[in-house]
Design a protein around this ligand. Sequence first.
Ligand code: TXA
Ligand code: MG
Length: 317
Amino acid sequence: MAEISQDISKAVNYLNQGKLIGLPTETVYGLAANALNTDAVLKIFEVKNRPSFDPLIVHAHSIDEVKKYAQGIPWKALQLAGAFWPGPLTLVLQKKELIPDLVTSGLDTVAVRIPDHPLALELLRQLDFPIAAPSANPFGYVSPTTPEHVSGQLGDQIPLILDGGSCDVGIESTIIGFEGDEPVIFRLGGKTVEEIETIIGKVTIELTQGSNPRAPGMLDSHYAPKIPLVLGNIDQLIEEHSGKKIGILALDKVYPKIEKQNQIQLSVDGDLNEAAKNLFKALRNLDAMDVDIILAETMPDHSLGRAINDRLKRAAS
Ligand code: TXA
Ligand code: MG
């Protein structure tokens, strides 16, 4: 069973030996390996049960470091990196030879980011390689935001989870790629479209689906609890599903027709940052309830509400 510890030197040792560890970041916990060691990266796909056509994000501690792994970096990418790294933003850039094809699923691009978490940054500084890390959940399930979430699902397959507490942002990084020099958002996430547009102006959003070869991992069905989830207007959904045992995921409202203990509010103040932070834990808690169906409320369609709605749509799929 994985040890949960704050001891960075243990993490360094395991990663140097080509082993996997649970890695805290500000977004979600990652399942981390030496990105330059193909055998170690292969274990990530095995442990997660992840198809090899779904490429991984490479984590580094500085922009200089990123330049060792990526080339031809567009000006707008550099502006975003300067404004938001370390932070919940991943840039898809032309890869250099050094990055193994297994990491990028054979694409000629590599996804990179600098995570904004003190333990992750300190660990990266102590390593002489970057870290490949997908979210530390079995493929298709809800991402983990605490060491206990990682331990519960993958704990018997890894020796160590670095304990960085619960994740501040709570949903994955925003992913931006480039068509020529023009930015395209592939995944909504912790850095909002509004924030991104203040730096580089209008961006195209092309949320990727299973069939899109540019981000092959963004399958329609993802983040899925085991109990069926439907998304929409809760009052209406309660009528449609009368007779079933109902669990509710709301932003701030309590619905009097449903038992209180079967309802979770993501933020009693209606704060979307807090809602994002609580989202995955709430989905796990609902999944553990004795209910037949989870009714999820559509969030306001701005700032982090958009990224939350994207997760809920995929959870419902
Ligand atoms: O916040 C995050 O991004 C977390 C933490 C651990 O850093 N990581 C994460 O990784 O969410 P993962 O593997 O669950 O999601 C990575 C996504 C996948 O959907 C994959 O398809 C996309 O990044 N991706 C990776 N490399 C890519 C590339 N070269 N081109 C397009 N998409 C890529
Ligand atoms: Mg994931």
